[in-house]
Design a binder for this molecule. Structure first.
Ligand SMILES: [Ca+2]
Length: 239
């Protein structure tokens, strides 16, 4: 029993320490996604296996002033009332990061030229703060990707069949992250199924409810020291 208690305490401290180091690289969701999204429409961002020419990703720009190991990406999705979309219905998730060299727009592709995370449903969690609104969080840590300082675009898209899983939209935001360009979000639809073009600015012009987390300085030595100190205290108590 005592050995089991020591292990549980150690894991608890480790989990807390890891979470404490991950900080938002940019945040257009804010403390309340319903407030930042109030009155905003949603933008299509979904891969449709049954309607591939309609597969799209909504993207927005961000800036990071330092390199970060990427740990998580959040996006707020909405659905039309009476429709069936839920994040749990997605069979996969894509997080795409594109370069923003010289202020040019990215290529019309749902995958990023900088990085594409292809994630399983097990790497996704979500909350449902209001009817038809879903805050999706995707765990990026396993890919062990460090993003250099710079300016980029990013987007999040579930893979979900329209016929069975419906359609979700990334919620637009009243927030603009520090260093980001306001109201320049784009919709990329390589197959042009919607007929609006393969890479267009959203209409109306918008920001998207996206957030990216990273770990600036991994500190494995400090974490190991915490574990040893905990063990030493328990041993002293048992002695
Ligand atoms: Ca922007």
């Amino acid at each position: 029993m005592r050995k089991a208690s020591v292990c549980a305490l150690g894991f608890g401290l480790l989990a807390f320490s890891t979470a404490a180091f991950a900080i938002p690289i940019f945040d257009q969701i804010g403390p309340d996604p319903l407030v930042s999204g109030a009155g905003q429409p949603g933008t299509v961002s979904q891969n449709f296996p049954d309607f591939p020419t309609f597969s799209s990703i909504g993207i927005d720009d961000f800036q990071t002033l330092a390199p970060f190991k990427l740990t998580a990406a959040d996006a707020v999705f909405v659905r039309n009332p009476g429709t069936v979309f839920t994040p749990a219905g997605a069979t996969a998730w894509t997080v795409s990061i594109y370069s923003l060299a010289g202020g040019t727009n990215p290529a019309a592709a749902v995958t990023g030229d900088v990085q594409t995370f292809n994630l399983t449903p097990a790497q996704m969690t979500f909350t449902n703060p209001a009817a038809n609104t879903f805050v999706v969080s995707l765990n990026l840590a396993a890919a062990n990707v460090t993003l250099p300082a710079g300016t980029y675009w990013m987007g999040v898209a579930p893979t979900a069949a329209f016929g069975t899983a419906g359609q979700g939209f990334v919620l637009e935001s009243s927030l603009v992250a520090a260093g980001a360009v306001p109201l320049n979000a784009r919709t990329i639809n390589p197959g042009n199924g919607f007929g609006n073009g393969t890479n267009i600015q959203t209409n109306p012009a918008a920001n998207l409810e996206l957030r990216l987390f990273g770990d600036p300085v991994p500190e494995p030595t400090s974490l190991a020291a915490v574990g040893l100190a905990t063990l030493a205290i328990v041993r002293r108590r048992r002695a």
